[in-house]
Ligand binder design. Sequence first.
Ligand SMILES: [Fe+2]
Ligand SMILES: [Fe+2]
Length: 152
Amino acid sequence: MGKLKELRKYVDQELMGLDEEKRISAAAHLYGVSLAAALIAEKRDLDSELLCMAAMLHDLHAYRSGSYDDHAHLGAELAREILGKLNLTTPEETEKICSAIYHHDDKLVTDAPFDEALKDADVIDHCFKDPSKEVKEKERSRYQALKTEFGL
Ligand SMILES: [Fe+2]
Ligand SMILES: [Fe+2]
């Protein structure tokens, strides 16, 4: 089994611990960000499978704890723990995934290309899941840049 598929099995299992409403929205978001991540990775020539793995883990701490307080930094620690346990990634790959998760809530600053790709994938899911919703202030410039990048 591929490492993304293996990780998804683990994440799906984690989500089973949530109540139904939370589980549905958590799964929709993680898989939505993962799909957006694959598109962005293809466009920017990044490691698509690795970026999808970061997407699958990026908000897991918030779902587990029920709080978004510092969830990016705490989520990076949790991802390191999970990846260590599953033994799917090299130390360099684990580093890349954890860095992207660590920075994913810093939407107004620019980090490394792989980190930026996860932020943008998160924004795509937020903005396109419900087009009737207003785009959040802190995501507006990324949303515009993404539309330009994808010729929309
Ligand atoms: Fe988040
Ligand atoms: Fe997210």
